[in-house]
Design a protein around this ligand. Structure first.
Ligand SMILES: Cc1ncc(COP(=O)(O)O)c(C=O)c1O
Length: 461
């Protein structure tokens, strides 16, 4: 057993850390040196059991886009589930409320969620092909179901093109289209193509100049080699887990055109970007593309586990009875969460607010370069990656971990910033809830500057 993570003065947190270190495999988490124990949350804040307040710069893992426990959302969820003073009073026994499980049956929560989600997708430019919803419980399952449908639709076109260094999940076909050729045990049906990983580190990244010729040539070479065996192409709008690389729109448009020319199904994995992260409800709108399928997850339920593939009914129809069924898909609380989350988006200006905060985040994160610790900043809307430098003899990956730990331990007043272990080894993800106020944004960005500077000073000394 590795020594459990432990911080002085955090007795209650340390007990929790010890329990998971001894009774759960460490594989359940990716390494995050703070291993924060979260007791309560509200809006952009978490509190530790010791009562220390942390700005949440993760939103879970880009999940709580609307912040933690928004009251209207919670009330709506409870209302949809029939959890109210009347149903919960009356002592022991059973409350007459929405069922929590409806396997192979239907609830009107599910039908409402389908209709609302399809209407929402259709209202976003680029959503015109997306006319059917296949629910799932995690992002990788949604990717798996999308790819199953494509493979079933045209079994003799079973080559899947995937953009290199993408992240689509760890399980099954989602794992197969993740990463690159050099990973062990590749699924032979998957071939990779290049994704632009240049530094479009200014606000106009999606309109930036990119020489498309090498990407076009690569696609043509693949077509010459593989021809009509290629049935599907999957990409993320931006590389999320791969290190926050946000391409110019022209690149994604090139992929779409290639798919249209060759009758290839175009799957856009929006598990991370959906529900506003880019400043638009869906990234396909921002990037000016119209996919055949989008996979949705994370922010879709604002914290309740739910995911979906939304796309062409004619292709999804190739899956027969039971082929995409499982215990949790379309369960009532997931459906209620989707409805409550859509209600919040449709009734609020959170997307506009995100777009307004974008320049502030971009400029303040870029200021971190002054510390000598951060070398690059990439992102859009409310999803950024700050890439660490080697500092003295300390490698960038250790610098990134030092930032996560120092931010957790916090500034003078004890207030800290909750971050996750780095992406691609050296990139710290910055993705607070999109409902962060401008004041909270300014205060927390100043705190980040203070703490990153501290890391720089201590490593330089
Ligand atoms: C783009 C993308 N697709 C798929 C997944 C997998 O989602 P899950 O972890 O819910 O299986 C992720 C998770 O980070 C993701 O970022």
């Amino acid at each position: 057993m590795t020594t459990p993570i432990h911080f002085p003065g955090e007795d209650q947190s340390n007990v929790a850390r010890r329990i998971i270190a001894t009774q759960e495999p460490l594989a359940l988490r990716t390494f995050t040196p703070s291993l924060a124990v979260l007791a309560r949350s509200a809006g952009v804040f978490h509190w530790t059991p010791e009562g220390r307040r942390l700005y949440d710069y993760t939103s879970g893992v880009l999940v709580a886009n609307l912040g933690h426990n928004p009251r209207n959302w919670l009330k709506r969820l409870a209302d949809l589930m029939g959890w109210n003073a009347e149903t919960l009073s009356g002592g022991e026994g059973y409350a007459e409320a929405a069922t929590l499980t409806a396997y192979n049956a239907v609830t009107e929560l599910e039908t409402a969620a389908v209709e609302r989600l399809l209407a929402n997708v259709a209202a976003s430019p680029g959503g015109e092909r997306l006319d059917s919803v296949c629910w799932a419980a995690s992002g990788s399952e949604a990717v798996q179901k999308a790819l199953w449908a494509c493979l079933h639709h045209a079994p003799d076109r079973d080559t899947i093109l995937a953009t290199r260094h993408g992240f689509h999940g760890k399980k099954g076909l989602a794992g197969a289209v993740t990463g690159c050729e050099s990973d062990a045990d590749r699924d032979r049906r998957v071939r990779f193509l290049s994704f632009p990983m240049d530094d479009w580190d200014d606000l106009d990244c999606y309109d930036g100049e990119l020489d498309l010729a090498p990407y076009r040539d690569e696609l043509e070479r693949l077509w010459d080699e593989l021809g009509t065996s290629i049935g599907t192409l999957i990409t993320e709008p931006y590389l999320g887990g791969g290190g926050s690389y946000h391409p110019p729109a022209a690149y994604l448009q090139l992929l779409e055109t290639f798919c249209r020319e060759h009758d290839i199904l175009f799957v856009l994995d929006e598990v991370q970007s959906n529900f506003g992260r880019t400043g638009r409800m869906y990234a396909f709108e921002k990037y000016g593309i119209a996919p055949d399928f989008v996979t949705l997850g994370k922010g879709l339920g604002n914290g309740i586990p739910v995911s979906a593939v939304v796309g062409r009914s004619d292709i999804l129809a190739s899956l027969k009875y039971g082929e995409a069924s499982d215990t949790w898909s379309a369960n009532p609380i997931a459906s209620a969460a989707v409805i409550a989350t859509l209600d919040e988006f449709e009734a609020s200006d959170v997307l506009e607010h995100t777009r307004q905060l974008e320049p502030l985040f971009f400029s303040e994160l870029n200021r971190l370069k002054e510390t000598g610790v951060i070398t690059k900043v990439r992102g859009e809307g409310m999803v950024y990656g700050i890439e660490c430098n080697d500092v003295g003899s300390t490698a960038a990956a250790d610098v990134a971990n030092a930032i996560v730990e120092t931010c957790y331990l916090g500034g003078e007043g004890g207030e800290g910033i909750h971050l996750l272990g780095p992406l691609a080894g050296t990139v710290v993800r910055i993705s607070p809830p999109m409902t962060i106020t401008e004041d909270e944004a300014r205060t927390s960005l100043a705190l980040l500057m203070e703490l990153v500077s501290r890391v720089g000073e201590s490593l330089a000394s």
